[in-house]
Design a protein around this ligand. Structure first.
Ligand SMILES: Nc1ncnc2c1ncn2[C@@H]1O[C@H](COP(=O)(O)OP(=O)(O)OP(=O)(O)O)[C@@H](O)[C@H]1O
Ligand SMILES: [Mg+2]
Length: 296
C-alpha cells in the first residue's frame, strides 16, 4: 500500500510556509519543498489525501525543470534524499519522491500567468469586454477557444483571498521595467515550449502560472512548474470548444462534489474510495503522458 501523507510536521525544522498542498521548510540557503497528497477543489483543501499525488507533482516539476533549462535556470538542487542534509535522514520515508531541495531566492512578488486558451475568469471577462486582463482579443471567440497567441496576464499574490490581476505597468512599478519585461518574455517562452510538447503527448495546458526569484541578481524559475496544480490540464482527445472543458486530473472530484449539497466553503466533504482511486489513476496518467514513462 502506498503511504499517503497529508501533512508533515518536522518539529526541529523551521516551517517557511504551509500552502494548500505543499509544506515548505527553511534550511538556511536552501528550502525543502514537500508536496503532500493534499488536494484542493474550488479552493478548499479536502480531508482525504490522493495516493501518489505529491510524488507525481514533484516528478512532473522536475521533468519540466530539465525540459526548459535552456530558456531559464531553475532552483532545483536535488530530489535524491541521500544527498539531502543529514538532519533530514530520519524523515526519509516521508520525503522520498515528494521533496525537492531548492536554492532559496528572493521571490519576485508576481504570479506570472500565461493563458493559451479562453477559460475561467478570462472567459468571463471576454464575454463582458472582449478582453482578458486588459488585453483586447479578436471578436467571436468561444469558451475554451485557443487564443491566436498566448498572453501574459500577471497577478499579485494576495495574502488573503484571491490573487489580483494587474497590468504590465503595475508590474513595472513593482520590480522595474527590465525585470518586468524579462518575466513576460520568459513566461511566454516557457509556456510555448511546454504546451507545444504537451499537446503532442495528448495534454492541453490551457494556462499556467510561473514564479521567479532573484539569486545573485539573476532571474531563476522557482516554485512548482507546469503541474496540474499550477495549470489547467485538459485531455486533448476530449477537447471541444464552445463550453467548459473537463479537468484532466480533478474532474472526478469536481463531478462528485457537484452532486452534494455543499456550499464550497471549509470544511470540505470526505471523498468516497472509488473517487480517490480514479483520481490517483488520473495523476499517474498525466505523468505517463507527459514524460512518456510509467511512474515508478
Ligand atoms: N526557490 C524559492 N525561493 C524562495 N521562495 C520560494 C522558492 N520556491 C518557492 N518559493 C515560495 O514558497 C511558497 C510556497 O508556498 P505554496 O505555493 O505551497 O503556498 P501558497 O502559495 O501560500 O498557497 P497555495 O497553496 O494557494 O499555492 C511560495 O510563496 C513561493 O513563492
Ligand atoms: Mg503557491
Amino acid at each position: 500500500m502506498e503511504r499517503v501523507i497529508v501533512k508533515t510536521d518536522f518539529k526541529e525544522l523551521k516551517l517557511f510556509r504551509r500552502g494548500k498542498v505543499r509544506d515548505v521548510y527553511d534550511l538556511g540557503d536552501t528550502l525543502l519543498i514537500v508536496s503532500t497528497d493534499r488536494i484542493s477543489c474550488f479552493d478548499v483543501v479536502l480531508p482525504n489525501g490522493i495516493p501518489f499525488k505529491g510524488k507525481v507533482l514533484t516528478g512532473l516539476s522536475c521533468y519540466w525543470f530539465d525540459f526548459i533549462k535552456d530558456i531559464v535556470p531553475h532552483h532545483l538542487i536535488s530530489t535524491d534524499i541521500t544527498s539531502f542534509p543529514n538532519a533530514l535522514e530520519k524523515y526519509k520515508d516521508e520525503l522520498s519522491g515528494r521533496a525537492m531541495l531548492v536554492k532559496k531566492t528572493k521571490p519576485l512578488p508576481v504570479e506570472c500567468v500565461v493563458r493559451g486558451y479562453l477559460s475561467g475568469s478570462g472567459w468571463k471577462e471576454y464575454k463582458e469586454k472582449q478582453s482578458v486582463c486588459g488585453v483586447t482579443l479578436p471578436e467571436g471567440l468561444k469558451e475554451s477557444d485557443k487564443l491566436p497567441e498566448p498572453i501574459f496576464t500577471p497577478s499579485t499574490k494576495a495574502d488573503v483571498g484571491h490573487d489580483m490581476n494587474v497590468d504590465q505597468k503595475y508590474v513595472e512599478n513593482l520590480i522595474g521595467k527590465n525585470t518586468a519585461d524579462s518575466l513576460a518574455r520568459l513566461s511566454i517562452a516557457l509556456y510555448k515550449k511546454a504546451s507545444d510538447y504537451a499537446f503532442t503527448q495528448g495534454v492541453i495546458i490551457a494556462d499556467t502560472k510561473f514564479e521567479f526569484g532573484l539569486l545573485d541578481d539573476h532571474i531563476i524559475l522557482i516554485d512548482e512548474a507546469l503541474t496540474p496544480d499550477s495549470s489547467r490540464f485538459w485531455p486533448r482527445e476530449e477537447y471541444a470548444p464552445g463550453k467548459g472543458q473537463s479537468s484532466f486530473d480533478k474532474q472526478f472530484v469536481r463531478d462528485y462534489l457537484e452532486t452534494l449539497d455543499w456550499d464550497k466553503t471549509p470544511p470540505g466533504p470526505v471523498l468516497p474510495e472509488d473517487i480517490i482511486a480514479k483520481t490517483t489513476q488520473k495523476y499517474l496518467e498525466a505523468y505517463r503522458k507527459i514524460t512518456g514513462r510509467d511512474f515508478s
